[in-house]
Design a binder for this molecule. Structure first.
Ligand code: ADP
Ligand code: MG
Length: 575
């Protein structure tokens, strides 16, 4: 292996030469305190920055074994170290040294969620940080001395101040790890208590804005307080006993006047599949890990989905058992979103009237009188929500302020009143009873069968021009996949661009399992079993620090939105 001094003399040797000569510094260097890996060297000062890893032996950094003893703790400590490194960059690393990205250092910076990230790796042998640097240049000429300063002065400071246990605030670190561990415990306990979601008393749900996910601060914030009848006490391993509102499995309605906090509560439940950092306000707001936000999504492509439980008898006799379209309507997209979620094992659907197709959600008795059932292809969700639970065990939490037709179908009705939840189940049921004869149910006694799909490998290609694989995210909601663009703007539980990046890679990775027999769920499960065994690094060859963990639900959603996707349905060929 080359030494620190080899590296220094290389940098000085290429000083002033054309930028391309930087390629010579790729490789591994042994510093006295750590190993420096230069995995990728950028082609010019304005291109995507170079990828660097620094690996420090555990003997030197000294993290106590209990900080990464379990998967839950390991994820949290990696997240914590990443944040510390990012903070160190902010304090010491933001020095521009020439043109373009010269001298800039970045590490993947987490938001409010604690996600498994490839930015920091920890195990009993070492801690490794993975970050990005703009190799310094003046114009297109290598600025070797500035590079030397960056590698020999700045980066060592970043490492010293964030990768060593002794440089960190141990109490804060343990608080971070233990809070995240408690959140995992809480989410994992839901089923035991017969719950699908839990919101701790004292939680702060509203966010600064639609584009700023931090909690709102100020006097006018109403902290969450559970109604007596829905209160649960749960003993957490680190924080002790907490109290809060438990939402039981089955069908739950969130009603209340406009602007009284209904969507804010639902949004918090959507994000309840992730852990949040201490101080976020939603540390102990959790929902089942298989919760899926369902919404309408005009214009999306749908590939061969059996939407017959919801939609039948379309004009021109279009088959809704294998429904495909390049341009779905509000109702058909919402139906497809539900069936696709069921296909991959959703345990809880989260639906908000704000983002739903009205004709998919309700059909009141006056409309039933005017337009006969035979003339209406859509069986509204109100008539399927009960059998969805009784037949498939899938619960629903639904925000509806505009129609009482759901009252009869619900197990629980929460009324948001000035941002506080009241239990008005009994009242709502009494009202449903009073008007029970008016509206006819149109949903039948069963949810209805739907067929699983088998994704076909040759319909998925990341090839672009001369490159066999070209995949990159464009923000959180777009993946450029080969020559295709995948639009994820309605996949609301993707919270981080590093997830989007990893999902893009995972689609390509998943193709190896598409043998024409494995169902979508089997393929996705196989990918996740590999990730579980070998980590997120298996998704690409880069050993790059910019991937974050995602759920099977979001990976499937992305595959389903790839406009070239082709599938077979299980047993379709036999008919
Ligand atoms: P709804 O869906 O019932 O119409 P929203 O959930 O959209 O209402 O909330 C309306 C506004 O109230 C939002 O600006 C939101 O940030 C704010 N808000 C929500 N919950 C609280 C709360 N607990 N305390 C203070 N403001 C809140
Ligand atoms: Mg709303």
């Amino acid at each position: 292996m080359q030494t620190k001094d080899n590296f220094r003399s290389k940098l000085l040797k290429i000083n002033g030469r054309d930028y391309k000569a930087y390629k010579e510094i790729g490789g591994v260097y042994e510093f006295p305190e750590y190993q420096l890996y230069i995995d990728y060297v950028q082609g010019d000062p304005f291109a995507a920055p170079s990828r660097i890893r620094v690996r420090v032996p555990m003997d030197s950094v000294g993290f106590p074994p209990d900080t990464f003893a379990s998967k839950s703790r390991e994820i949290a400590v990696r997240d914590y170290i990443t944040r510390c490194f990012a903070k160190a960059v902010e304090n010491h690393g933001h020095i521009r040294r020439g043109s373009g990205k010269s001298g800039l250092i970045t590490i993947d910076t987490p938001g409010q969620e604690i996600l498994e990230r490839t930015s920091v790796v920890i195990n009993k042998n070492f801690v490794e940080a993975r970050f990005f640097t703009g190799l310094p240049a003046h114009g297109r000429k290598i600025a070797g001395r500035e590079a030397e300063e960056m590698f020999f002065k700045v980066i060592p400071v970043l490492i010293k101040s964030s990768l060593y246990y002794s440089s960190l605030d141990a109490d804060d670190l343990y608080h971070h790890i233990k809070t995240s561990e408690d959140t995992d415990f809480l989410r994992n306990s839901l089923r035991y208590f017969g719950l699908v979601a839990f919101v701790a008393d004292g939680s702060v749900l509203p966010r600064v804005s639609g584009v700023d996910d931090r909690k709102t601060e100020g006097e006018n914030i109403v902290p969450f307080m559970s109604p007596d009848s829905m209160r649960f006490g749960i003993e957490l391993p680190n924080s002790g006993k907490i109290r809060g509102m438990g939402i039981k499995k089955g069908i739950t309605l969130i009603v209340g006047g406009g602007y009284h906090g209904k969507s804010t509560l639902l949004n918090a439940l959507e994000r309840g599949v992730y852990n949040h950092i201490p101080g976020d306000g939603r540390e102990f707001v959790v929902s089942l890990e298989t919760s899926v936000k369902i919404r309408s999504e005009d214009n999306r492509r749908v590939e061969n989905v059996d939407i017959s439980p919801f939609i039948n008898n379309l004009p021109f006799g279009r088959d809704t058992r294998s429904f495909s379209t390049e341009d779905a309507s509000g109702s058909t997209s919402q139906a497809a979103n539900i069936i696709e979620s069921l296909e991959t094992g959703a345990g809880l659907l989260l639906i908000d009237e704000d983002t739903s197709a009205t004709n998919f959600m309700i059909r009141d008795h006056r409309m039933q009188e005017l337009v006969a059932k035979e003339k209406e292809p859509i069986t509204p969700f109100v008539d399927k929500v009960s059998t969805l639970y009784s037949d498939l065990g899938v619960s629903t939490i639904l925000v509806i302020g505009g129609s009482g037709d759901y009252f009869g179908a619900t197990d629980t009705v929460i009324c948001m009143d000035n941002y506080l939840p009241l239990d008005c189940t009994a009242k709502a049921h009494a009202i449903a009873e009073k008007y029970s004869v008016e509206r006819l149910s149109e949903g039948g006694n069963n949810f209805g069968e739907f067929r699983d799909r088998i994704p076909l490998a040759d319909s998925i290609s990341a090839k672009k021009g001369r490159r066999d694989v070209k995949i990159s995210p464009r923000g959180r909601h777009t993946i450029l996949f080969g020559v295709n663009t995948i639009d994820l703007s309605c996949v609301e539980q993707i919270v981080d661009v590093s997830q989007t990046r990893a999902i893009g890679d995972a689609i390509h990775y998943a193709v190896r399992y598409m043998d024409g027999k494995m169902t979508m769920k089997a393929v996705i499960d196989a990918v996740f079993s590999d990730i579980e065994k070998q980590g997120l690094d298996i998704l690409n060859q880069r050993k790059s620090g910019d991937s974050a963990a995602f759920r099977p639900q979001e990976l499937t959603a992305a595959v389903n939105r790839l406009r070239t996707l082709k599938t077979l349905q299980v047993n379709q060929e036999k008919e």
